[in-house]
Design a protein around this ligand. Structure first.
Ligand code: MN
Length: 734
């Protein structure tokens, strides 16, 4: 369809030389160039051009992705084994083992293309694809190969066009998407759309074309307004409009059943700026000027998508009621959005190259890895291997496809059960599951599912809910973490009941002794006896009474004997520890640990203490000391593992992050008022999640702020509370 760019040898080498200068690397690429040109000399493409043009194009696209010399060499040679019968050994001799292995792996994947086209085989196909490409460079060469084949599909038969395009749409586009190659995925999808549904393609293209001039004028006006606004506040930024690709418009129309004129994010305005903080500030200023559409603010910076995509998205109205989607991100995020892992893997000379190391780095940078980590609790982190396996299963080895009765296809790992299916549909469906019907027959919840199964979940509001046993049934990490979260919540509720029961028991006991509970249950009095019963707060004392781990008469006894004075029992742990301050180990956290050298100190992610908070250290299994706030509920009662820690005397310049939860009545400019207060008190904003509650009136906004110390944080909180319509501001303990 399109007339592809004519790539020349000069273009390839000019591009390569922008980032590769080592003579031996350039010589290897030169050699591969002549070698491939020679090997394919007798072959022509369907277009009549020499076959070598294809290889030149593949190498060129790879060089625009800043691929390393081995990858470009393998790109030039990728068809020599298949089409010219050249052996791996020869490539190894002429080039190197790395290049030969890459070419062999690409060739093996190529052979799969001749399988037949049923959907379940496409599923299988994808699995084999991923399994064979243990080295991510193989996938990238293969994707680039396919991209160029799609660009030149015009010259093949109609039958071939349909075969290649449907395979591309089913196998290659999802992989490109998963790896974050946004541009490549979009281009391939549009090409597939063009070949598979030519009529619909032209229809959508025509609709876009008709409205184009009008829409573009509107966008340009908004871009001008925003430019003026941001310049006034001295931001460094680029701003431009970007249109949605045709296939995504078509999908939105068919899947969400929308008319063309109901799709308002046809064009997005993108602002690219310097820092993450700038992104949030810009969002604040934009919301102060234009009314945002409720529920459309998405913070993919704090919570990146699975393929590493990061950006802020919002939808705003101008004064005439026109709707615009605005994306705000940094240069780095923009590069990742368009090139995915390629943005990270870019070849850098001088460092000793290792494909294992590169693979590792890429794995580390894929955000699904981090997402999953944050979903797991600490105990699971003690078995990182088991855990990586789980993720691999969830993400990369998904290889059964089952269906809901309505025909929705769900992808699950091998061995997944109806419970995994239920949690994939919805968390509530999972929690309320009481039975499963597979292909019309009632089956136990632990029955492994197979591709093609039609699964129906029976739910009930009276369901007893998840139990420990369910953890053994499910195979997906997501279902597991949802069940675990449910069980923890129940445990806490149970605990609360015991606390209330314990308090009542103590009251009754005091009454029995003709004592006034109000007087004896006063906080200072209760605090005075906590240490005697080895608990750290009143709730724990009540809990201990209820579960009978302390004797009720003994508590009543102690409570009535104690004098209200500052004896040792009355001091908090921190006060005791702060009375002596030995000089010992220090760390970049600005915290000292008494009596221990070279110990790893990290700040607890749950209560996130900031400089000046009362803190204690918690000795973890194998992860050094975690520093918690002294009143963090997660460490309550853990006396044996608590050790004293201190903030260092001078702590200039260090910054600490913590989460705040804001509850408010939703209104215009709320976010910008929050951003303004933070700026006024010099607190950084490093994350924001907001949720409009089902009543559509109230919102909760979680913000992650960066401050120097507890005093500053206090000021920030006090002033956030003064903001009109904000009802509460609290620090979050996770
Ligand atoms: Mn090829």
């Amino acid at each position: 369809m399109k007339n592809p760019l004519k790539v020349t040898k000069e273009m390839l080498f000019d591009q390569v030389r922008t980032y590769i200068s080592q003579p031996e690397s350039l010589a290897m690429i030169e050699k591969a160039y002549s070698y491939a040109e020679n090997a394919h000399a007798a072959q022509k493409r369907k277009s009549g051009e020499p076959y070598f043009v294809h290889l030149l194009n593949v190498a060129y696209i790879l060089s625009t992705l800043q691929a390393g010399p081995q990858t470009i060499t393998a790109g030039l040679l990728h068809d020599t084994m298949e089409d010219c019968g050249i052996q791996k050994e020869e490539l190894e001799r002429e080039f190197d083992a790395d290049v030969a292995t890459l070419v062999e792996a690409v060739t093996k994947i190529g052979r799969l293309e001749f399988k037949d086209e049923k959907e379940y085989q496409a599923a299988n196909h994808r699995k084999i694809f991923i399994a064979m490409a243990k080295d991510v460079r193989v996938i990238i060469i293969k994707l680039v190969d396919r991209l160029h084949n799609m660009r030149t599909l015009d010259y093949t038969s109609r039958e071939q066009q349909i075969r290649v395009a449907s395979e591309t749409l089913q196998v290659y586009c999802p992989i490109a998407h998963r790896l974050g190659f946004g541009d490549m995925k979009n281009e391939m999808e549009d090409l597939c759309f063009y070949y598979l549904e030519p009529d619909r393609y032209h229809e959508v293209a025509k609709m876009v074309e008709t409205k184009k001039a009008e829409r573009e004028a509107m966008i340009n006006r908004m871009i001008e307004e925003l430019t003026e606004l941001l310049k006034k506040h001295n931001f460094e930024f680029r701003i431009f409009g970007r249109s949605k690709h045709l296939y995504s418009i078509y999908k939105k129309m068919t899947e969400k059943n929308k008319r063309f004129d109901e799709i308002y994010d046809l064009y997005a305005i993108r602002v690219v700026t310097r820092s993450e903080l700038n992104c949030y500030e810009i969002l604040g200023y934009i919301h102060a000027q234009y009314r945002p559409m409720p529920g459309r603010l998405k913070d993919y910076i704090a919570m990146p998508k699975v393929n590493m995509y990061q950006s802020l998205h919002t939808t705003i109205f101008d004064n005439d009621g026109n709707i615009f989607e605005v994306q705000i991100r940094t240069e780095e995020m923009d590069k990742v959005a368009e090139q995915g892992i390629a943005a990270h893997w870019s070849y850098k000379e001088g460092i000793k190259y290792s494909s294992e190391k590169e693979q590792k780095e890429i794995e580390n940078k894929l955000s699904w890895y981090h997402d999953m980590i944050s979903m797991m609790d600490e105990s699971e982190l003690e078995h990182p291997n088991e855990f990586m396996n789980l993720i691999q299963k969830d993400i990369f080895e998904a290889n059964i496809y089952v269906m809901s009765p309505k025909g929705r296809v769900i992808e699950l790992p091998n061995g997944a059960t109806p419970l995994d299916f239920a949690y994939r549909i919805h968390t509530e469906v999972g929690h309320n599951t009481i039975g499963a019907i597979v292909n019309g027959a009632l089956v136990p919840l632990n029955t492994p599912l197979n591709t093609g199964d039609i699964v129906q979940i029976k739910t009930s509001k009276q369901a007893t809910g998840p139990s420990e046993d369910w953890l053994k049934i499910v195979k997906t990490a997501t279902a597991r973490s949802k069940i675990r979260a449910y069980l923890t919540k129940q445990e806490n509720e149970r605990k609360q009941e015991y606390i209330e029961k314990g308090e009542k028991m103590l009251r009754d006991e005091l009454k029995k002794r003709n004592l006034d509970p109000e007087e004896y249950l006063e906080k200072s009095r209760l605090d005075g006896i906590l240490n005697a019963f080895q608990v750290s707060n009143t709730n724990e004392l009540y809990y201990a009474i209820a579960v009978k781990s302390v004797s009720l008469p003994a508590v009543a006894e102690k409570l009535t004997n104690i004098k209200k004075s500052t004896n040792i029992d009355n001091l908090t742990l921190t006060q005791i520890f702060q009375s002596r301050k030995p000089r010992t180990a220090t760390s970049k956290t600005g915290i000292q640990v008494s009596g221990l050298d070279n110990i790893k100190i990290t700040i607890a992610g749950c209560c996130m203490p900031v400089y000046g908070d009362d803190i204690v250290g918690y000795i973890t299994k194998g992860q050094g000391v975690k520093v918690h706030r002294a009143d963090c509920p997660n460490i309550a009662g853990e006396f044996k593992r608590i050790i004293p820690v201190y903030w260092e005397e001078s702590d200039e310049g260090k910054q600490y992050e913590c989460w705040l939860k804001l509850e408010a009545i939703d209104r215009s400019y709320l976010i910008s008022d929050i951003v303004t207060i933070l700026a006024q008190y010099k607190a950084g904003l490093t994350g924001i999640n907001s949720e409009v509650l089902p009543d559509k009136v109230n919102v909760t906004i979680d913000i992650k702020v960066k401050v120097s110390n507890a005093e500053q944080l206090k000021l920030v909180i006090a002033n956030l509370r003064k903001i009109n319509s904000i009802e509460s501001v609290e620090r979050i303990v996770k």
